[in-house]
Ligand binder design. Structure first.
Ligand SMILES: [Fe+2]
Length: 468
Protein backbone atom coordinates (compact mmCIF):
# COMPACT_ATOMS: atom_id res chain seq x y z
CA UNK A 1 0.00 0.00 0.00
CA UNK A 2 1.12 3.53 -0.71
CA UNK A 3 0.56 5.97 2.16
CA UNK A 4 1.32 9.68 2.31
CA UNK A 5 0.65 12.37 4.88
CA UNK A 6 0.20 15.93 3.59
CA UNK A 7 0.89 18.47 6.31
CA UNK A 8 -0.29 22.06 5.93
CA UNK A 9 1.60 24.17 8.49
CA UNK A 10 -0.66 27.22 8.06
CA UNK A 11 -3.59 25.29 9.53
CA UNK A 12 -1.60 22.60 11.37
CA UNK A 13 -3.70 20.20 9.30
CA UNK A 14 -2.83 16.69 8.14
CA UNK A 15 -4.59 14.91 5.28
CA UNK A 16 -3.84 11.52 3.78
CA UNK A 17 -3.64 9.57 0.55
CA UNK A 18 -3.73 5.76 0.64
CA UNK A 19 -3.51 3.61 -2.49
CA UNK A 20 -3.39 -0.07 -3.28
CA UNK A 21 -3.56 -1.82 -6.66
CA UNK A 22 -4.34 1.45 -8.47
CA UNK A 23 -7.26 2.44 -6.18
CA UNK A 24 -6.79 5.49 -3.95
CA UNK A 25 -8.51 6.93 -0.87
CA UNK A 26 -8.13 10.53 0.35
CA UNK A 27 -8.89 11.39 3.97
CA UNK A 28 -9.75 14.92 5.17
CA UNK A 29 -8.64 16.80 2.02
CA UNK A 30 -7.65 20.45 2.23
CA UNK A 31 -9.64 22.86 0.05
CA UNK A 32 -7.14 22.95 -2.84
CA UNK A 33 -7.11 19.38 -4.10
CA UNK A 34 -4.55 19.47 -6.91
CA UNK A 35 -1.87 17.87 -4.72
CA UNK A 36 -3.91 14.67 -4.23
CA UNK A 37 -4.63 14.37 -7.95
CA UNK A 38 -0.92 14.71 -8.73
CA UNK A 39 0.19 12.27 -6.04
CA UNK A 40 -2.36 9.67 -7.12
CA UNK A 41 -1.29 10.02 -10.75
CA UNK A 42 2.37 9.67 -9.84
CA UNK A 43 1.59 6.40 -8.13
CA UNK A 44 -0.60 5.09 -10.93
CA UNK A 45 -3.76 5.27 -8.83
CA UNK A 46 -7.25 6.73 -9.28
CA UNK A 47 -9.00 8.45 -6.38
CA UNK A 48 -12.23 6.53 -5.82
CA UNK A 49 -13.02 7.24 -2.17
CA UNK A 50 -12.95 10.33 0.08
CA UNK A 51 -13.43 10.15 3.85
CA UNK A 52 -14.19 13.08 6.12
CA UNK A 53 -13.36 12.23 9.73
CA UNK A 54 -15.88 14.87 10.86
CA UNK A 55 -17.30 18.28 9.95
CA UNK A 56 -14.13 20.32 10.27
CA UNK A 57 -14.63 23.64 12.00
CA UNK A 58 -11.22 25.20 11.46
CA UNK A 59 -10.89 24.85 7.70
CA UNK A 60 -12.95 24.37 4.56
CA UNK A 61 -12.49 20.91 3.15
CA UNK A 62 -12.10 20.07 -0.55
CA UNK A 63 -14.19 16.88 -0.44
CA UNK A 64 -16.92 18.15 -2.75
CA UNK A 65 -14.55 19.52 -5.41
CA UNK A 66 -12.39 16.39 -5.27
CA UNK A 67 -15.47 14.18 -5.70
CA UNK A 68 -16.66 16.31 -8.63
CA UNK A 69 -13.26 16.08 -10.33
CA UNK A 70 -12.72 12.35 -9.82
CA UNK A 71 -16.18 10.79 -9.51
CA UNK A 72 -15.09 9.43 -6.11
CA UNK A 73 -17.64 8.67 -3.38
CA UNK A 74 -17.64 10.69 -0.15
CA UNK A 75 -17.97 8.81 3.16
CA UNK A 76 -18.97 10.56 6.39
CA UNK A 77 -20.21 9.62 9.84
CA UNK A 78 -23.97 9.14 9.76
CA UNK A 79 -24.49 11.89 12.37
CA UNK A 80 -23.05 14.58 10.06
CA UNK A 81 -26.30 15.30 8.23
CA UNK A 82 -24.35 16.22 5.10
CA UNK A 83 -26.54 17.58 2.30
CA UNK A 84 -24.51 16.39 -0.73
CA UNK A 85 -24.52 12.82 -2.08
CA UNK A 86 -22.47 10.67 0.31
CA UNK A 87 -22.29 7.32 2.02
CA UNK A 88 -23.36 7.70 5.67
CA UNK A 89 -21.15 5.26 7.58
CA UNK A 90 -21.67 3.51 10.91
CA UNK A 91 -19.47 1.53 13.26
CA UNK A 92 -18.04 -1.53 11.51
CA UNK A 93 -18.47 -0.21 7.96
CA UNK A 94 -15.66 -1.66 5.88
CA UNK A 95 -14.16 -0.50 2.59
CA UNK A 96 -11.71 -2.60 0.63
CA UNK A 97 -9.42 -0.85 -1.86
CA UNK A 98 -6.95 -3.05 -3.72
CA UNK A 99 -5.34 -5.27 -1.09
CA UNK A 100 -5.93 -2.82 1.77
CA UNK A 101 -8.99 -2.01 3.82
CA UNK A 102 -10.48 0.66 6.07
CA UNK A 103 -12.82 -0.13 8.96
CA UNK A 104 -14.87 2.67 10.49
CA UNK A 105 -15.07 3.29 14.23
CA UNK A 106 -17.77 5.76 15.26
CA UNK A 107 -16.01 7.89 17.86
CA UNK A 108 -18.28 10.76 18.97
CA UNK A 109 -16.70 13.27 21.34
CA UNK A 110 -14.85 16.05 19.52
CA UNK A 111 -18.06 16.27 17.49
CA UNK A 112 -21.07 13.90 17.39
CA UNK A 113 -20.29 12.62 13.87
CA UNK A 114 -16.55 11.97 14.36
CA UNK A 115 -15.17 8.72 13.01
CA UNK A 116 -11.76 7.04 13.09
CA UNK A 117 -10.45 4.83 10.29
CA UNK A 118 -8.61 1.61 11.05
CA UNK A 119 -6.31 0.74 8.16
CA UNK A 120 -5.20 -2.79 7.38
CA UNK A 121 -2.53 -3.24 4.75
CA UNK A 122 -3.34 -6.48 2.93
CA UNK A 123 0.04 -6.59 1.17
CA UNK A 124 1.74 -6.90 4.56
CA UNK A 125 -0.97 -9.20 5.87
CA UNK A 126 -0.56 -11.68 2.98
CA UNK A 127 3.07 -11.85 3.82
CA UNK A 128 2.62 -12.22 7.54
CA UNK A 129 -0.49 -14.39 7.32
CA UNK A 130 -2.46 -12.05 9.57
CA UNK A 131 -4.76 -9.14 8.99
CA UNK A 132 -3.76 -7.01 11.96
CA UNK A 133 -4.53 -3.27 11.72
CA UNK A 134 -1.50 -1.25 10.68
CA UNK A 135 -2.63 2.29 11.48
CA UNK A 136 -5.58 4.34 12.62
CA UNK A 137 -6.47 7.74 11.19
CA UNK A 138 -7.91 9.42 14.26
CA UNK A 139 -9.26 12.69 12.86
CA UNK A 140 -9.70 15.06 15.82
CA UNK A 141 -10.57 12.29 18.31
CA UNK A 142 -6.98 11.49 19.36
CA UNK A 143 -4.03 13.79 18.71
CA UNK A 144 -0.37 13.35 19.56
CA UNK A 145 -0.31 14.23 23.26
CA UNK A 146 -3.87 15.55 23.30
CA UNK A 147 -7.50 14.84 22.38
CA UNK A 148 -10.09 16.87 20.48
CA UNK A 149 -11.87 19.71 22.28
CA UNK A 150 -15.49 18.85 23.10
CA UNK A 151 -17.10 22.28 22.71
CA UNK A 152 -17.57 22.74 18.97
CA UNK A 153 -21.05 21.31 18.51
CA UNK A 154 -24.09 23.61 18.68
CA UNK A 155 -26.35 20.63 19.49
CA UNK A 156 -24.53 19.15 22.51
CA UNK A 157 -23.03 20.52 25.70
CA UNK A 158 -19.25 20.20 26.15
CA UNK A 159 -19.89 17.90 29.14
CA UNK A 160 -22.03 15.53 27.04
CA UNK A 161 -19.42 15.40 24.31
CA UNK A 162 -16.52 15.00 26.74
CA UNK A 163 -18.30 11.96 28.20
CA UNK A 164 -18.77 10.48 24.74
CA UNK A 165 -15.11 11.20 23.96
CA UNK A 166 -14.04 9.26 27.05
CA UNK A 167 -16.10 6.26 25.89
CA UNK A 168 -14.77 6.50 22.32
CA UNK A 169 -11.16 6.62 23.51
CA UNK A 170 -11.39 3.86 26.10
CA UNK A 171 -13.87 1.50 24.45
CA UNK A 172 -12.83 1.91 20.82
CA UNK A 173 -9.36 3.37 20.16
CA UNK A 174 -7.56 1.90 23.17
CA UNK A 175 -8.75 -1.59 22.26
CA UNK A 176 -6.32 -1.44 19.32
CA UNK A 177 -2.86 -2.98 19.73
CA UNK A 178 0.01 -0.82 21.01
CA UNK A 179 1.86 -1.18 17.71
CA UNK A 180 -0.93 0.47 15.66
CA UNK A 181 0.27 3.79 14.21
CA UNK A 182 -1.72 6.92 15.00
CA UNK A 183 -2.22 9.58 12.32
CA UNK A 184 -4.36 12.53 13.45
CA UNK A 185 -5.92 15.36 11.41
CA UNK A 186 -4.03 18.10 13.29
CA UNK A 187 -0.67 18.90 14.83
CA UNK A 188 0.77 21.44 17.26
CA UNK A 189 -0.75 24.91 16.99
CA UNK A 190 -4.25 23.74 16.00
CA UNK A 191 -7.18 25.12 17.94
CA UNK A 192 -9.01 21.77 17.71
CA UNK A 193 -7.13 20.71 20.85
CA UNK A 194 -5.31 22.40 23.72
CA UNK A 195 -1.73 21.29 23.74
CA UNK A 196 -0.60 18.92 20.99
CA UNK A 197 2.96 17.72 20.64
CA UNK A 198 5.02 18.57 17.57
CA UNK A 199 5.27 15.04 16.15
CA UNK A 200 3.16 14.16 13.12
CA UNK A 201 2.44 10.53 14.07
CA UNK A 202 2.60 8.21 17.07
CA UNK A 203 1.42 4.77 18.16
CA UNK A 204 -1.47 3.63 20.31
CA UNK A 205 1.11 2.35 22.82
CA UNK A 206 2.94 5.68 23.08
CA UNK A 207 -0.30 7.61 23.48
CA UNK A 208 -1.60 5.10 26.05
CA UNK A 209 1.50 5.79 28.13
CA UNK A 210 2.13 9.50 27.56
CA UNK A 211 -1.04 11.29 26.44
CA UNK A 212 -2.27 13.26 29.46
CA UNK A 213 -5.95 12.72 28.59
CA UNK A 214 -5.52 8.94 28.51
CA UNK A 215 -4.02 8.92 32.01
CA UNK A 216 -7.30 10.16 33.51
CA UNK A 217 -8.98 7.00 34.71
CA UNK A 218 -12.44 8.16 35.78
CA UNK A 219 -15.02 9.37 33.27
CA UNK A 220 -16.16 12.09 35.67
CA UNK A 221 -12.67 13.47 36.16
CA UNK A 222 -12.07 13.34 32.39
CA UNK A 223 -15.22 15.39 31.72
CA UNK A 224 -14.20 17.89 34.38
CA UNK A 225 -10.68 18.35 32.98
CA UNK A 226 -11.74 18.42 29.32
CA UNK A 227 -14.35 21.09 29.88
CA UNK A 228 -12.19 23.47 31.92
CA UNK A 229 -9.72 26.03 30.54
CA UNK A 230 -10.84 25.50 26.95
CA UNK A 231 -9.08 27.72 24.43
CA UNK A 232 -11.10 30.50 22.80
CA UNK A 233 -13.41 29.29 20.04
CA UNK A 234 -13.08 31.50 16.97
CA UNK A 235 -16.39 32.74 15.61
CA UNK A 236 -15.69 31.31 12.16
CA UNK A 237 -15.61 27.71 13.45
CA UNK A 238 -19.39 27.23 13.34
CA UNK A 239 -19.53 28.72 9.85
CA UNK A 240 -16.79 26.46 8.48
CA UNK A 241 -18.53 23.37 9.88
CA UNK A 242 -21.70 24.45 8.08
CA UNK A 243 -19.83 25.06 4.79
CA UNK A 244 -18.40 21.54 5.10
CA UNK A 245 -21.85 20.07 5.79
CA UNK A 246 -23.15 21.47 2.51
CA UNK A 247 -19.87 21.30 0.55
CA UNK A 248 -17.73 24.26 -0.53
CA UNK A 249 -17.68 25.98 -3.91
CA UNK A 250 -14.89 24.79 -6.21
CA UNK A 251 -11.88 27.13 -5.96
CA UNK A 252 -11.91 27.83 -9.70
CA UNK A 253 -15.46 29.19 -9.39
CA UNK A 254 -14.53 31.95 -6.93
CA UNK A 255 -14.66 35.51 -8.28
CA UNK A 256 -11.34 36.99 -9.50
CA UNK A 257 -9.66 39.71 -7.41
CA UNK A 258 -10.57 43.27 -8.37
CA UNK A 259 -7.81 45.90 -8.64
CA UNK A 260 -8.41 48.89 -6.37
CA UNK A 261 -6.73 52.29 -6.75
CA UNK A 262 -5.33 54.07 -3.66
CA UNK A 263 -8.03 56.74 -3.75
CA UNK A 264 -10.76 54.08 -3.77
CA UNK A 265 -9.13 52.19 -0.91
CA UNK A 266 -8.98 55.41 1.07
CA UNK A 267 -12.74 55.89 0.85
CA UNK A 268 -13.34 52.19 1.57
CA UNK A 269 -11.24 52.46 4.74
CA UNK A 270 -13.13 55.60 5.76
CA UNK A 271 -16.33 53.59 5.35
CA UNK A 272 -15.01 50.94 7.77
CA UNK A 273 -13.79 48.32 5.27
CA UNK A 274 -10.71 46.28 6.19
CA UNK A 275 -7.36 46.25 4.39
CA UNK A 276 -5.24 43.15 5.05
CA UNK A 277 -1.50 43.62 4.56
CA UNK A 278 0.15 40.21 4.09
CA UNK A 279 3.79 41.37 3.88
CA UNK A 280 6.39 40.38 6.50
CA UNK A 281 5.99 42.16 9.84
CA UNK A 282 9.20 44.21 9.50
CA UNK A 283 8.05 45.65 6.18
CA UNK A 284 4.66 46.48 7.66
CA UNK A 285 6.26 48.11 10.70
CA UNK A 286 8.44 50.33 8.49
CA UNK A 287 5.53 51.70 6.42
CA UNK A 288 1.94 50.75 5.79
CA UNK A 289 -1.47 52.04 4.80
CA UNK A 290 -2.89 53.56 8.02
CA UNK A 291 -5.62 51.40 9.52
CA UNK A 292 -4.56 48.26 7.64
CA UNK A 293 -4.23 44.97 9.54
CA UNK A 294 -1.01 42.99 9.21
CA UNK A 295 -1.18 39.21 9.09
CA UNK A 296 2.03 38.04 7.45
CA UNK A 297 2.09 35.00 5.18
CA UNK A 298 5.03 33.62 7.14
CA UNK A 299 2.98 32.22 10.05
CA UNK A 300 -0.40 30.57 10.65
CA UNK A 301 -1.88 33.19 8.38
CA UNK A 302 -5.25 31.65 7.57
CA UNK A 303 -6.12 30.66 11.15
CA UNK A 304 -5.34 34.15 12.38
CA UNK A 305 -7.23 35.78 9.53
CA UNK A 306 -10.27 33.65 10.39
CA UNK A 307 -9.89 34.41 14.08
CA UNK A 308 -9.30 38.17 14.03
CA UNK A 309 -11.22 39.17 10.88
CA UNK A 310 -13.96 36.54 10.65
CA UNK A 311 -15.64 35.31 7.47
CA UNK A 312 -17.72 38.40 6.75
CA UNK A 313 -14.86 40.91 6.55
CA UNK A 314 -14.22 40.93 2.74
CA UNK A 315 -10.75 42.47 3.14
CA UNK A 316 -8.81 44.35 0.47
CA UNK A 317 -5.41 42.68 0.16
CA UNK A 318 -2.14 44.61 0.25
CA UNK A 319 0.91 42.64 -0.90
CA UNK A 320 4.38 43.19 -2.34
CA UNK A 321 3.90 40.93 -5.39
CA UNK A 322 1.34 39.04 -7.45
CA UNK A 323 2.70 35.80 -6.01
CA UNK A 324 1.93 37.03 -2.48
CA UNK A 325 -1.58 38.02 -3.58
CA UNK A 326 -2.30 34.60 -5.08
CA UNK A 327 -0.93 32.82 -2.04
CA UNK A 328 -2.97 34.98 0.32
CA UNK A 329 -6.13 34.41 -1.70
CA UNK A 330 -5.73 30.61 -1.63
CA UNK A 331 -4.87 30.49 2.04
CA UNK A 332 -7.85 32.68 2.94
CA UNK A 333 -10.17 30.47 0.88
CA UNK A 334 -8.93 27.48 2.86
CA UNK A 335 -10.66 28.89 5.97
CA UNK A 336 -13.68 30.21 4.10
CA UNK A 337 -12.68 33.88 3.60
CA UNK A 338 -13.52 33.80 -0.08
CA UNK A 339 -15.36 37.01 -0.90
CA UNK A 340 -12.58 39.58 -0.98
CA UNK A 341 -12.88 43.33 -1.51
CA UNK A 342 -10.02 43.27 -4.05
CA UNK A 343 -6.35 44.22 -3.88
CA UNK A 344 -4.49 47.50 -3.73
CA UNK A 345 -3.03 47.90 -7.25
CA UNK A 346 0.68 48.70 -6.94
CA UNK A 347 0.71 47.97 -3.19
CA UNK A 348 2.11 50.37 -0.60
CA UNK A 349 4.35 52.04 -3.23
CA UNK A 350 1.25 53.15 -5.16
CA UNK A 351 -0.33 54.47 -1.95
CA UNK A 352 2.82 56.51 -1.32
CA UNK A 353 2.92 57.78 -4.90
CA UNK A 354 -0.67 58.92 -4.61
CA UNK A 355 0.59 61.26 -1.87
CA UNK A 356 -1.26 59.59 1.00
CA UNK A 357 0.16 59.43 4.49
CA UNK A 358 1.85 56.24 5.73
CA UNK A 359 1.72 54.61 9.15
CA UNK A 360 4.53 52.86 11.03
CA UNK A 361 5.08 50.85 14.22
CA UNK A 362 8.18 51.39 16.34
CA UNK A 363 10.16 48.31 17.13
CA UNK A 364 12.42 47.88 20.13
CA UNK A 365 14.76 45.20 21.42
CA UNK A 366 14.32 43.42 24.74
CA UNK A 367 17.15 45.43 26.36
CA UNK A 368 15.65 48.70 25.14
CA UNK A 369 12.25 47.72 26.53
CA UNK A 370 13.79 46.85 29.90
CA UNK A 371 15.51 50.25 30.00
CA UNK A 372 12.25 52.03 29.10
CA UNK A 373 10.31 50.13 31.75
CA UNK A 374 12.69 51.47 34.37
CA UNK A 375 12.39 55.10 33.30
CA UNK A 376 9.06 55.66 31.49
CA UNK A 377 5.42 54.76 31.85
CA UNK A 378 5.06 51.95 29.30
CA UNK A 379 2.36 49.29 29.50
CA UNK A 380 3.55 45.86 28.38
CA UNK A 381 0.82 43.86 26.64
CA UNK A 382 1.30 40.09 26.29
CA UNK A 383 -0.86 38.58 23.52
CA UNK A 384 0.14 34.91 23.91
CA UNK A 385 -2.17 32.07 24.93
CA UNK A 386 -2.84 31.06 28.53
CA UNK A 387 -0.33 28.18 28.87
CA UNK A 388 2.42 30.44 27.53
CA UNK A 389 1.48 33.25 29.94
CA UNK A 390 1.28 30.81 32.86
CA UNK A 391 4.73 29.41 32.13
CA UNK A 392 6.34 32.85 32.45
CA UNK A 393 5.71 36.51 31.65
CA UNK A 394 7.06 40.01 32.18
CA UNK A 395 6.12 41.39 35.58
CA UNK A 396 3.19 43.86 35.53
CA UNK A 397 2.37 43.01 31.93
CA UNK A 398 -1.28 43.08 30.91
CA UNK A 399 -2.53 39.84 29.32
CA UNK A 400 -4.88 39.93 26.34
CA UNK A 401 -4.49 36.89 24.08
CA UNK A 402 -4.79 37.60 20.38
CA UNK A 403 -7.64 35.05 20.17
CA UNK A 404 -9.77 37.46 22.26
CA UNK A 405 -9.04 40.68 20.38
CA UNK A 406 -12.47 40.75 18.80
CA UNK A 407 -14.38 40.65 22.05
CA UNK A 408 -12.73 42.40 24.98
CA UNK A 409 -10.52 45.48 24.61
CA UNK A 410 -7.94 46.00 27.36
CA UNK A 411 -8.44 48.81 29.85
CA UNK A 412 -5.57 50.90 28.58
CA UNK A 413 -5.87 54.53 27.51
CA UNK A 414 -5.41 55.26 23.82
CA UNK A 415 -2.62 57.74 24.54
CA UNK A 416 -0.51 55.40 26.70
CA UNK A 417 2.59 53.85 25.13
CA UNK A 418 1.96 50.09 24.76
CA UNK A 419 4.76 47.59 24.18
CA UNK A 420 3.20 44.50 22.59
CA UNK A 421 4.81 41.08 22.55
CA UNK A 422 4.09 37.43 21.83
CA UNK A 423 6.55 34.52 21.67
CA UNK A 424 8.57 35.42 18.59
CA UNK A 425 7.04 38.55 17.03
CA UNK A 426 4.47 37.17 14.58
CA UNK A 427 1.30 37.52 16.63
CA UNK A 428 2.44 40.78 18.23
CA UNK A 429 2.59 42.50 14.84
CA UNK A 430 -0.99 41.38 14.14
CA UNK A 431 -2.00 42.72 17.55
CA UNK A 432 -0.05 45.96 17.05
CA UNK A 433 -1.82 46.63 13.77
CA UNK A 434 -5.22 45.93 15.36
CA UNK A 435 -4.42 48.28 18.24
CA UNK A 436 -3.38 51.03 15.84
CA UNK A 437 -6.57 50.50 13.87
CA UNK A 438 -8.55 50.77 17.11
CA UNK A 439 -7.00 54.18 17.79
CA UNK A 440 -4.05 53.43 20.09
CA UNK A 441 -1.49 56.08 19.21
CA UNK A 442 1.80 54.77 20.63
CA UNK A 443 2.12 51.10 19.77
CA UNK A 444 5.57 49.57 20.11
CA UNK A 445 6.47 46.02 19.04
CA UNK A 446 9.02 43.96 20.97
CA UNK A 447 11.38 42.45 18.39
CA UNK A 448 11.71 38.70 18.85
CA UNK A 449 9.02 38.60 21.56
CA UNK A 450 9.33 36.76 24.87
CA UNK A 451 11.95 34.44 23.37
CA UNK A 452 14.24 37.45 22.89
CA UNK A 453 13.40 38.71 26.40
CA UNK A 454 14.47 35.37 27.87
CA UNK A 455 17.57 35.14 25.68
CA UNK A 456 18.60 38.54 27.03
CA UNK A 457 18.25 36.97 30.54
CA UNK A 458 15.74 39.60 31.65
CA UNK A 459 13.46 38.87 34.64
CA UNK A 460 10.08 37.19 34.40
CA UNK A 461 7.44 35.79 36.75
CA UNK A 462 5.13 32.80 36.39
CA UNK A 463 1.45 32.57 37.22
CA UNK A 464 1.66 29.07 38.65
CA UNK A 465 4.48 27.51 40.63
CA UNK A 466 6.68 25.47 38.31
CA UNK A 467 7.69 21.90 39.17
CA UNK A 468 5.35 21.52 42.15
FE1 LIG B 1 -11.95 19.45 14.21
Amino acid sequence: MYFEQFYLGCLAHASYLLASEGEAVVVDPQRDVELYLKAAEQHGATIRHIFESHLHADFVSGHKELAARTGAKIYMGAQAGATFPHVAVHDGFELTFGKASIRVLETPGHTPESICLVVTDGEVADHEKSAAPWAVLTGDTLFIGDVGRPDLSPRHTPAELAGLLYDSLHHKLLTLADSVLVYPAHGAGSLCGKNMRAERSSTIGTERLTNYALQIKSREEFVQQLTSNLPARPEYFLKDAEINRTGATALADLAPLRAIAPVELKSMLNAGEIALDVRPGEEFAAEHVPGSVNIALSGQFASWAGTVLGLSAHPVLIAASDAQLEEARLRLARVGIEVLGGYLAGGVAAWKQAGFQLGSISQITADELQARLQSDRVQVLDVRREPEWDAGHIENAAWWPLDNFRVSPPEIGHDAPIAVHCKGGYRSMIASSLLQRAGFKHVINLIGGFDAWQQAKLPSVSAKPVGV
